[in-house]
Ligand binder design. Structure first.
Ligand SMILES: [Zn+2]
Length: 132
């Protein structure tokens, strides 16, 4: 049962490796916690459950990175954006599959997963945004 799994970032990325976008949902006030936390910041309830989110959303804001950290050097320039998901929460991530100059605030994006990375610490499985 997914509700019994811990509400941690580590568990969030375990779900990502299973190609699932999951958030913690407060059973008391129905808030969605993304990233997950083990206590609701709104009503302080600890009665939470994991729920799978719809992967669709709209781009709220973005920036293009020209001078990246060393591990992302080969990807530059690349875009990082905040997507407002259809279920409500905002999610930060890299935008792929669209040229930086063609990215527009408000465009539809969907969450996809990169499962080609070696699944070993400290490299976590990755999600990213792409046009639907
Ligand atoms: Zn709550």
């Amino acid at each position: 049962m997914s509700e019994t799994l811990p509400f941690t970032i580590e568990q969030f990325y375990k779900f990502i490796s299973e190609r699932k976008l999951m958030a913690a949902k407060c059973r008391s006030c129905a808030s969605l916690l993304l990233p997950p936390r083990n206590i609701c910041p709104k009503c302080f309830s600890t009665e939470l459950e994991w729920i799978e989110l719809n992967k669709k959303g709209k781009l709220a804001t973005y920036t293009v990175i020209h001078i990246p950290p060393a591990q992302f050097q080969s990807l530059a320039p690349y875009a990082v954006g905040i997507v407002k998901l259809e279920d409500g929460p905002h999610l930060l991530g890299m935008i792929q599959g669209v040229k930086p100059e063609e990215i527009k605030v408000g465009m539809n994006l969907t969450v996809d997963f990169d499962t080609n990375l070696p699944a070993q610490w400290p490299i976590w499985p990755r999600y990213f945004f792409k046009p639907p």
